[in-house]
Design a protein around this ligand. Sequence first.
Ligand code: GDP
Length: 452
Amino acid sequence: MENIRTPIVCMLGHVDHGKTTTLDKIRGSTVAERESGAITQHIGATEIPIDIIDNLCGPLLNKEDFKVPGLLFIDTPGHHAFTSLRSRGGSLADIAVLVVDATDGFQPQTEEALDILKRYKTPFVVALNKIDKIPGWQTTQNSPFQKSITKQKNKTQTKLEEKIYEIVGNLHEAGFQSERFDRVKDYSNTVGIIPISAKTGEGIPDLLMVLVGVAQQYFQQNLIVETQKPGKGTVLEVKEEKGLGKTIDVILYDGVINVGDQILIGSHQNPIKTKIRSLLKPKPTQEIRETGQKFQKAQKVDAASGIKIVAPNLDNVFAGYPFQVINNQNEQKIKQEMQSQVNEILIETETSGVIVKADTIGSLEAIVKDLKESNINIRKATIGDVSKRDVVEAETIEEKLDRVILAFDVNTIPEAKKHAKNKDVEIFTSKVIYRLIEKYEEWVQEIKQKRE
Ligand code: GDP
């Protein structure tokens, strides 16, 4: 038996451009559409069924034409979520929404997001947000944006058009062809720009409609999953739950998982084998309020879903690790595949260059690529906190400019920090890739100037 799974959508964009507010508005406006059914809250994700999108969009969307059952939005926005959530061969997200503040335009993290999208070959749309802040802009309640935009034959529209074409220019420089969404004929070669206001809700239905259209156009083939196929997914988060011990929140992107299934979780050491003890999904908000219980049990889950897995042996599992259901016949083969997938990214050269540490395979991959582009040599790149061993390795390097550890979103254990100080090893840390590289480059300039 075959069916088409829900496409997975992730929000990207510069800080404060409105990723979180847009997600909230999507959930908010769809919650308001009660009569057509409810949104489904997953663990770490929210599913908007096609019926709701259809109702919101009214005549704009001919539901019969669409085979995609809805959209699954990852609740955590940002590049970090996007890059650390990997499926085999790319990002877990099938489609991305690049949120750009219309009053602020392209910013460093917008460029960074575009680089990431290019590398992962992920189709995306641009949500040109905060249009309510464009002077003179008037919102038209409950009206699909496409209609209102053509009605506004005044200065405001011109101003908005100007903004749109500024973005078209920016995207062109980045190597993408784009156009205002209602003029796009083929989303497989043109990026659609959808003006929205996450504050007023203007344009949100259009955004959803375009996402469904893009999903339809791109993924009709890939989205077909056999429901009997063994499940594949990615770890979103590892969490301690009262009474349950360590649990993992996962996104299942392919196949099916059942209670009792054996799974293999690929790690940067040896793959971890465990057995699903229970599958938990969130209880409806009302019930949580009444009973105080957060979760309800499921016996079986189909892709795409966000679900909590309760299982033994989860101590060495980290966010971003891939997992797959196994049986006795394919265990060895899957183990090897997983290991080569994880190893691909860990680099080790013998001689010179900086040491890079990151929290997930995805972010490590992103940093390594950016460092290479900036012509910064890398001696070693691995996952995990900065340890004393890393510092010991760095201190053997003669060249001061390479006696460096670049740490992305990981901690430095106190002993390592102390040792680094004594041995003149520099540790740079940041939660933003470009900042990390910037910090290092600034420092390099300073040292070079001193030397002159
Ligand atoms: P994020 O960092 O990209 O997740 O950005 P947030 O969603 O946290 O938004 C940053 C700020 O912009 C918040 O104060 C929001 O209230 C505000 N904001 C977001 N979207 C809009 C919008 O469409 N219009 C206006 N006026 N403000 C917005």
